[in-house]
Design a binder for this molecule. Structure first.
Ligand code: DX5
Ligand code: ZN
Length: 215
């Protein structure tokens, strides 16, 4: 069974209540929330007023992905939302170890996210401290982009690093996850699939979620 974390970025923002209720009824375990600041990535998505509204209605575990500079500024507000996982980008954190500790101290699980061009070897000295590694399989900022093929071998390399270190970190992949890429990712060792457009642009999102979960 694969954990599915549908990305709300591709939901219908005029009908978020309906789309969150669909997620609540689905077999998805998590809901993936993409926060963008227009500085770390060339796009702006949503911030705390929307996150708070979503948190009040969603019954699934919140998997928050910060594509922002200085994500450490938002740790306590994210904990207040009741988020389960806070993902910060390696490229946005000068003092990643301190940020990971602060996320744990706030009562959340800590994920570290890598852009497509950042090698997994850079995590060698932090892998035992993180609960999850989120590999971007597109350049972050937008939904509906094409999957970067190198991610498959990156997952395998990360899997080996995790096994050798004794870390219990999960592997999550985000970007271009659909019918063709998802089975190959799971085979390579992915634990959590994020999927935005493949789920929300489908005529039967709950069936798509079920299909991903059963991979
Ligand atoms: C992109 C976001 C993703 C996005 C994925 O920067 O981090 O979570 O919603 O969208 P799809 O699944 O459409 O590639
Ligand atoms: Zn994301």
């Amino acid at each position: 069974m694969t954990i599915v974390s549908p990305s709300l970025l591709s939901a219908d923002f005029l009908h978020l209540d309906r789309d969150i209720d669909m997620i609540n009824q689905s077999e998805a375990e998590w809901l993936h929330l993409d926060v963008m600041d227009g500085v770390f990535v060339p796009n702006i998505s949503f911030g705390f007023p929307v996150l708070e509204a979503v948190a009040s209605r969603c019954r699934k575990a919140l998997d928050v992905h910060y594509m922002v500079v200085h994500p450490e500024q938002y740790i306590s507000r994210t904990a207040k939302l009741g988020a389960m996982m806070m993902n910060v980008h390696y490229e946005a954190c000068t003092h990643l170890h301190r940020t990971i500790q602060a996320i744990h101290d706030a009562g959340m699980k800590a994920g570290v996210t890598l852009n497509p061009s950042t090698p997994v070897s850079t995590l060698e000295d932090i892998i035992e401290d993180v609960d999850m590694v989120l590999l971007m399989s597109v350049n972050p900022g937008f939904g509906g982009q094409k999957f970067i093929e190198n991610t498959i071998s990156k997952v395998s390399r990360l899997k080996t690093m995790i096994a050798e270190s004794g870390s219990k970190a999960l592997i999550e992949v985000d970007g271009g996850v659909q019918a063709e890429t998802a089975p190959r990712l799971v085979k390579a060792g992915v634990d959590v699939l994020v999927s935005g457009s493949y789920v929300f642009k489908s005529s039967d999102p709950m069936a798509i979620i079920k299909g991903l979960r059963e991979l």
